[in-house]
Design a protein around this ligand. Structure first.
Ligand code: CAA
Length: 258
């Protein structure tokens, strides 16, 4: 769609790509930008020709955070009454796998938005951080919550309390990032991963994503039960029959997303 103001969208085979495109502000995440990301992501989620989604930025910045200029003069009652940032989490409601492909800065809300995706693939020049402390505020869309789950308390505290950045390799060692590739190979790699996922059964990738995400919310016993229910449910799909029959008969499966 060319009707976007802050993003660009593209379809590459079965992969929907959303590129944050607000170059003058290092993709700072103003309200309009987040609304467009949500609209585009929901559109791809509903589109039967799309099996996976990539969210990316530019070489300089995935996103340098929430828009500080937009927020600077807001009062408590404004941000409270409007439940500022509440719709940012909408990206986590997308059922298809969402890959964050991060080059450059992923700071504050940019790091938080990347963490809302299902995995982060980073270019080797990427930098991650939660610098809100330097602005006299704290992370507001998951930086104090998702980061702990990704890298543990001590490392998360370090980022949140110092405002320091970590580079892509550190982020990979810490478990924030799934894979680091040369910056100019980022989209190629993200597309390779997305296409690999897209070749599988869509309802099954949805179940897999749902089961992994359930672990955020549940105890081990509840989570195992949840996983078990979805595992059993996979046997109600034609694609499980196809996948296992193809293995047994030494042929490639053809998934029909049923
Ligand atoms: N909001 C609004 N504008 C931003 C921005 C942001 N988060 N980040 C960068 N910009 C703007 C700059 O103001 C500048 O605009 P002008 O040319 O009009 O002055 C333009 O983008 C380019 O930025 P710089 O000149 O600063 O570029 P740089 O290469 O010197 O520095 C940077 C890059 C280190 C990322 C620096 O821009 C920076 O520190 N940005 C802010 C990072 C930050 O604090 N993010 C957290 C925001 S708060 C938040 O996200 C809350 C939350 O939890 C949701």
């Amino acid at each position: 769609g060319s009707s976007w103001e802050y993003i660009k969208t593209e379809v590459n085979g079965k992969v929907g790509i959303i590129q944050l495109h607000r170059p003058k502000a290092l993709n700072a995440l103003c309200d309009g930008l987040i609304n467009e990301v949500n609209t585009a992501a929901q559109g791809f989620d509903k589109n039967d020709d799309i099996s996976a989604i990539i969210l990316t930025g530019s070489e300089k910045a995935f996103a340098a955070g929430a828009d500080i200029k937009e927020m600077a003069t807001r009062e408590f009652i404004d941000v409270y009454n409007s439940t500022m940032f509440a719709n940012w989490g909408d990206i986590t409601k997308v059922k298809k796998p969402v890959i964050a492909a991060v080059n450059g800065f992923a700071l504050g809300g940019g790091c938080e938005l990347a963490m809302m995706c299902d995995m982060i693939i980073a270019g080797d020049k990427a930098k991650f951080g939660q610098p809100e402390i330097k602005l006299g505020t704290i992370p507001g869309v998951g930086g104090t919550q998702r980061l702990i789950r990704a890298i543990g308390k001590s490392k998360a505290m370090h980022l949140v309390l110092t405002g320091d950045m970590i580079d892509a390799h550190q982020a990979e060692r810490d478990g924030l990032v799934a894979k680091v590739v040369p910056a100019d190979k980022l989209m190629e790699e993200a597309l390779a991963v997305a296409n690999k996922i897209a070749a599988y059964s869509r309802p099954i990738t949805r179940m897999a994503k749902e089961a992994v995400n359930a672990s955020y919310e549940m105890s081990l016993q509840e989570g195992l039960k949840y996983e078990g229910r979805l595992f059993y449910a996979s046997f109600a799909t034609a694609d499980q029959k196809e996948g296992m029959d193809a293995f047994v008969n030494k042929r490639a499966p053809t998934f029909t997303h049923k």
